[in-house]
Write a protein that binds this ligand. Sequence first.
Ligand code: FES
Length: 224
Amino acid sequence: MVTLTIDGVKVQAEEGSTILEVARFYGFNIPTLCYHEELTPYGACRLCVVEVHDGRRIRLVTSCLYPAKEGIQVKTHSQRVVKGRKLILELLIARCPNSKTLQDLASKMGLEQVRFKMEDKDCILCGLCVRMCTEQMGSGAIDFVGRGQEREVVTPFRVPSEICRNCGACMYICPVVELQCRGVKSPRELCNSCLVITPHCVDKYDQVMCTLDSCGACVQKEEK
Ligand code: FES
């Protein structure tokens, strides 16, 4: 066991656990985007930054990757941390302004304006879909290619993958492409059971099935 301090509170943690795991266990709130407890941490979004003082220096680290160490002092909401998180969120929103997840985070974090040029991407490169496909679905049908501005998630050679089972788990976990079945009135619905409610998203995501609950309309139809 190691002993560390989070926001002035002394806590104990198992060796090998991350600051995020320890903080969440003790009820400290740290926002995350690319983290999922069932997937390997990736450290892509940097929204989970915290300030760590290890006795020699103070620095910002990604709490989903940084190990809880003996004697360190962690601040989850210092001025520097909050400022850093807001800047990161601004950049993410500028990239994907239509994401409800990002908009909700902005509202929670009190971010009122975005100073960067708005784009219209549908990926923040968080890697959740890639890890989900490989680690949970056992497929590995998609991966990152390219660097910097050119970086993106695609199937090998950009052709429909033979190992993709169209399970839709990648879309289910994606924080920006929110193709969720929200009932028959939704303009973007995608139903796991019937796929006949003319979902608009199917035009774009051809042959993809959603892992979410059925839309309800098909169930009602069957019952009649
Ligand atoms: S949640 Fe830690 S870097 Fe994204």
